[in-house]
Design a binder for this molecule. Sequence first.
Ligand SMILES: Cc1cc2nc3c(=O)[nH]c(=O)nc-3n(C[C@H](O)[C@H](O)[C@H](O)COP(=O)(O)OP(=O)(O)OC[C@H]3O[C@@H](n4cnc5c(N)ncnc54)[C@H](O)[C@@H]3O)c2cc1C
Length: 461
Amino acid sequence: MTIPTSVIKKIEKIIGRQHLCRDKEDLLCYAFDATKTVSVPDAVVFPGNAQEVSEILKLANQHGFSVTPRGAGSGMTGGSVPVRQGVVLAMSRFNNILSIDRDNLIARVEPGVVTGVFQKAVDKEGLFYPPDPSSSDFSTLGGNAAECAGGPKAVKYGVTRDYVLGMTVVLPTGEIIRTGVQTAKGVVGYDLTRLIVGSEGTLGVITELTLRLRPKPEAVRTMTAVYNRIGAAAETVSEIIRRGIIPRTIEFMDNASIRCAEAYAKSGLPTDAEALLIIEVDGGIDETARALKTIESVCRGFDVRSIMVAETPEAAQAVWKARKSVSPALYRYGPDKINEDIVVPRSRIPDMVSKIQDLSRQTGLMMVCFGHAGDGNIHFNIMADKKDTAQWEKALNAVGEIFDYTLALGGTLSGEHGIGMTKSAYIGREITPEALALMRRIKNAFDPKGILNPGKIFAND
Ligand SMILES: Cc1cc2nc3c(=O)[nH]c(=O)nc-3n(C[C@H](O)[C@H](O)[C@H](O)COP(=O)(O)OP(=O)(O)OC[C@H]3O[C@@H](n4cnc5c(N)ncnc54)[C@H](O)[C@@H]3O)c2cc1C
């Protein structure tokens, strides 16, 4: 549906003409996310406060147009793609860090603040905000909360959900509510904060967040362990945890991702290795030194080929630069990418990786695995050409097969990227019809006219 000019005029009146775009080039910039799925909205608006968001949503209910909230558009499942056109609600003007409270270890922020900017600001105060999606240089705290973003440090510190204490949310019907608390704990009423975190912008628009902080650890040590056998890397991960050490990251890269990262970042990674682990520990100086020693001995017990300990922060940064380059660098292997983020029990990683390698051989498609081994979260990427319909169908069939295997291993279809539009056809494989029906009733209670981010999570909506 194209929004009539008379309604556009009403939107302009709410937010001011300068905060609305309708030029084709501008609209295109807000038509896609990291999935490269494109759907061009009728308008993009840049509200400046919760009241303006509320008035736009009320207007949407009145006139039946869709509203799609958007942070940085770095989502991996099409969450911010305006599939039913309508209005994109770009949250970039909500970019203030409102307070950092050292006494109570909390911060109040607006959702458009870039995660990495916030991390640096709290670091300056001697504090630490652990959720760190690899997209932290550009993704926003609002997008992180809406997707319940994870990242490498989730193995020790948990995901975004564990850090959101409370929020201001504009409901799809326009009411402005406060959820949760501004204190370390609280159990008054239903936990709306936990319901809305991870709801992918379908239950409300977040306009403020109260976040939990932690003291900054005294020391951080980073090491890289290189393996000739993928199974040995996976066994190392299980044994480290069995020994009672929870590193703050245990990242895994297979041979294809090592080659890809090396071609892109040129940081000296061994391109003939079958697997690589990036293990980082934090805590007190003595504690981290002890942990590192134990981890080194575990690695040696599992046929490690070489171990490199980063001796300077710059050396550690180079390792992370290589790891973070994998996802964007994959496009050298093909014009299109299917990126999934299944989770399996940590001990089943070798089974899953060999399943993916078998499928790669059978289909002749390039499949690359990397991710957060510490919590069993594997990002498998299938490189293919969407224009080649036979090839694309083969890739989609492989996804279905990997999803079934994931569930058979006791895993889940998404650890941190959500369902969005790309995975909505598969949600029924994991969630029972009864639970799905309840989820739909919840969506309906929040958004009876279905105007907020339609076409996401539930297939065929
Ligand atoms: C190279 C790369 C690496 C990545 N690495 C990781 C990773 O390690 N871990 C991880 O979890 N993810 C990762 N991601 C995925 C992505 O960055 C995250 O999902 C991130 O949280 C999205 O934030 P965003 O600001 O870009 O949100 P967008 O993509 O703009 O939106 C994501 C969802 O949030 C909703 N939304 C945005 N703002 C609001 C708001 N204020 N109120 C309500 N809903 C809102 C949107 O409607 C949409 O459904 C990666 C992506 C890329 C491109």
